[in-house]
Design a binder for this molecule. Structure first.
Ligand code: G16
Length: 540
């Protein structure tokens, strides 16, 4: 064990989901070590406790994990449980923290961001409830990074992480485990696998693992457990650079899946997850389910699924997520909450038993089974609902809109924007907000315009500046916020939503339905002219 002198780095402030930077930044001498030591200094319970450790297998995962193991030993961690070859999905880590009553977990991932030597790397810390560390903890870690002057590390050779079993590093026990087994056991407890197997008998599915962490999990579930053919999982081998792709399950980056599902010979069901396995998308032949709609469908049909057959106490969604799930909650007579973007904000509501299901527009959904979003869980939930209802994806969503109306929804992303210009859009709109109420644009009159602040109903904490929202009397709205996960310049997100009651036209083209709201948003916020762009980088 040794102590190494160091000096602070600027900018080690965790964003929406941990610290995300270019690989080259993490490779700077002491950069990783400073941040990891700041975690150990800020979470003293880890000394003498249990740590869960693993990552999505992206470039630098293998190097970083050995460093963190040696630092864990030097900082007095009693036991580290690590995935074989250093791999764990994010939901698997959340489950293991809870299963082993661990004091926390470190996940090496930049989620949906690209990998490889020129790509992104990331590190997030989850607390003992299994969820992303609360803001008070990430603030403490950041504060520590600004004053750090030494870190502790054990000397020695790299540990062999390819063999399952127990070994030691100094006084620390290191357990190398199968990353999939406990996750599969948890899924078996929640879902009716026999019903799903019957549903899929003679049908084809296409799951795109995007060369990221879910490949081994999906093969164990779909091929080994449900008996589907090997080609049901595409891009199933995790690669350090995700095969040169971008492990973000959207129409642009999951093109192979979208082409398959929008072909003449499309499979019965399509789905994908992201780099670290916490996001999901669901498709049927020639139809893509908007993540906001997906959450509403899961809530409306939860009692069809064994793990939720007694009903759910409440639901929550992040503020920019469409309000489709609110309509379901009102109908069910259960509580519903609007939280800031970031999974950590669901933690208190889940821990308090106020909600059992939650989700975000950014392709995230999950329940109280863990404290992270869970890609394969959401996909199995859909399959279980299809099995219980004996319906296709298209029939389920059509019935849903007929019952509750439809929230047309889209997100327009402007990526790699000059930071000052992106901030100018935000401050320009912020200054106007108060004066907007009552003003009319086209056929819409503004009923509310504010900068969203969240008052956590469980611990009373308040989080300000969580996005600018402009709502219309018709129930439509637009929201603008800056992403907290990008690593190049700023990413400006414009979220558009239009509610169509159940008696209205439920089969419009999404972008056509939203065009008037998009035009009003541009008239009010002047995004394109302020940042010198003609079009968004990505429309999803
Ligand atoms: C992370 C967070 C999510 C958030 C998403 C997008 O997802 O866990 O809660 O919705 O980022 O955040 P932003 O709009 O700030 O980029 P992931 O899958 O990247 O960990």
């Amino acid at each position: 064990m040794t102590e190494v002198n160091t000096t602070p780095f600027d900018g080690q402030k965790p964003g929406t989901s941990g610290l995300r930077k270019k690989v080259s930044v993490f490779q700077k001498p002491n950069y990783l070590e400073n941040f990891v030591q700041s975690i150990f200094d800020s979470v003293p319970e880890l000394a003498g406790g249990t740590l869960i450790l693993g990552g999505d297998g992206r470039f630098y995962n293998d190097v970083a994990i050995q460093t963190i193991l040696r630092m864990a030993a030097a900082n007095g961690v009693a036991r580290t449980i690590i995935g074989q070859n250093g791999l764990f999905s994010t939901p698997a880590v959340s489950n293991l923290i809870r299963l082993h009553k661990a004091n926390g977990g470190i996940i090496l991932s930049a989620s949906h961001n690209p990998g490889g030597p020129k790509g992104d790397f990331g590190l997030k810390f989850n607390g003992e409830n299994g969820g992303p560390a609360a803001e008070a903890v990430t603030d403490a870690i950041y504060e520590r990074t600004q004053h750090i002057d030494r870190y502790k590390i054990a000397k020695g050779n790299d540990l062999n992480l390819s063999d399952i079993g127990e070994t030691h590093l100094g006084d620390m026990t290191v357990m190398v485990i199968d990353p999939v087994a406990d996750y599969l056991t948890m899924m078996e407890a929640l879902f009716d696998f026999d019903a799903i197997k019957n549903l899929l008998d003679g049908k084809r599915i296409c799951f795109d693992a995007m060369h990221a962490i879910t490949g081994p999990y999906a093969k164990a579930i779909f091929c080994e457990r449900l008996g589907l053919p090997e080609d049901s999982v595409i891009n199933g081998i995790p690669l350090p650079d995700f095969g040169g792709g971008h492990p973000d399950p959207n129409p642009v980056y999951a093109k192979e899946l979208f082409d398959t599902m929008f072909s003449d010979n499309a499979p019965f069901f399509g789905a994908a997850s992201d780099g670290d396995g916490d996001r999901n998308i669901v498709l049927g032949p020639n139809i893509y389910i908007s993540p906001s709609d997906s959450i509403a469908v899961l809530a409306a049909n939860a009692t069809d699924v064994p793990g939720y057959e007694n009903g759910i106490p409440g639901v929550a969604r992040s503020m920019p997520t469409s309000r489709a799930v609110d309509v379901v909650a009102k109908d069910l007579g259960i509580e519903y909450f609007e939280t800031p973007t970031g999974w950590k904000f669901f933690g208190n509501l889940l821990d308090a038993g106020r909600i059992a299901l939650c989700g975000e527009e950014s392709a995230g959904a999950s329940s109280d089974h863990i404290r992270e979003k869970d890609g394969l869980w959401a996909i199995l939930m859909w399959l279980n609902i299809l099995a219980a209802r004996h319906q296709s994806v298209e029939n389920v969503i059509s019935d849903h809109w007929l019952a509750y109306g439809r929230h047309y929804y889209s997100r327009h992303d402007y990526e790699g924007v000059n930071k000052e210009k992106a901030e100018a859009v935000m401050s320009g709109l912020s200054k106007k907000l108060e004066s907007l109420v009552g003003q009319s644009f086209k056929d819409e009159t503004i009923s509310k315009a504010d900068n969203f602040s969240y008052h956590d109903p469980v611990d009373g904490s308040v989080s300000h500046n969580q996005g600018l929202r402009v709502e219309f009397e018709s129930g439509s709205r637009f929201v603008i916020r800056l992403s907290g996960t990008g690593t190049v310049g700023a990413t400006l997100r414009l979220y558009l939503e239009k509610y169509e009651p159940k008696a209205g036209d439920l089969k419009q083209d999404v972008q056509t339905a939203l065009r008037p709201i998009a035009e009003i948003a541009e008239e009010i916020a002047a995004i394109k002219s302020t940042i010198d762009r003609n079009e968004p980088t990505l429309v999803s």
